[in-house]
Design a protein around this ligand. Structure first.
Ligand code: CA
Ligand code: CA
Length: 153
């Protein structure tokens, strides 16, 4: 697995003590099933947790048309161990044709620590919709201006 190799290389650079401070994050995204939901804009995710914050990660499966209507997409990246997930920043760069994106939900998981956080956005990330293209969300928090959806905090 390429991520195992990556972890190995990280461990060589940082030393064994630091190896344990890195985690593989798995991100599962469902684009909504409404007209125009899909996007070809570039999408970026940052994870904020109890111990710190990841870099901003470009969510892309190369050669694949991500973020299309009613489609599930899965992404993985390695970054620092942030512990319990407290917030995410999700944004798109408004590029491409009809870049508005209807994000149904997004789940971030760290399998190694049995950590999972779901963000039931249920709304547009679009420059012409409430909230715009750049959102900071807590677990269970909807993006919708029409009120909560899913898990109540
Ligand atoms: Ca796309
Ligand atoms: Ca669109």
């Amino acid at each position: 697995m390429k991520y195992s190799l990556y972890l190995f290389l990280v461990s060589l650079v940082l030393g064994e003590d630091s190896y344990d401070d890195y985690r593989e994050f798995s991100v599962r995204v469902h684009t909504g099933d409404v007209k125009g939901a899909g996007t070809n804009a570039n999408v970026f995710l940052t994870v904020h947790g109890e111990y710190g914050t990841t870099a901003e990660h470009y969510l892309d499966n190369p050669g694949y048309d991500d973020f299309e209507r009613n489609q599930y997409d899965v992404f993985q990246f390695i970054d620092v161990n942030v512990g319990r997930i407290e917030k995410i920043r999700i944004r798109q760069d408004d590029s491409g044709y009809k870049p508005g994106w209807f994000l149904d939900f997004l789940t971030v998981e760290v399998f190694a620590d049995d950590i999972s956080a779901t963000f039931p956005c249920n709304w547009w990330l679009a420059s012409d919709e409430a909230g715009g293209i750049d959102r900071l969300l807590s677990p269970g928090q909807s993006c919708s201006p029409h009120g909560e959806y899913g898990v109540k905090l």
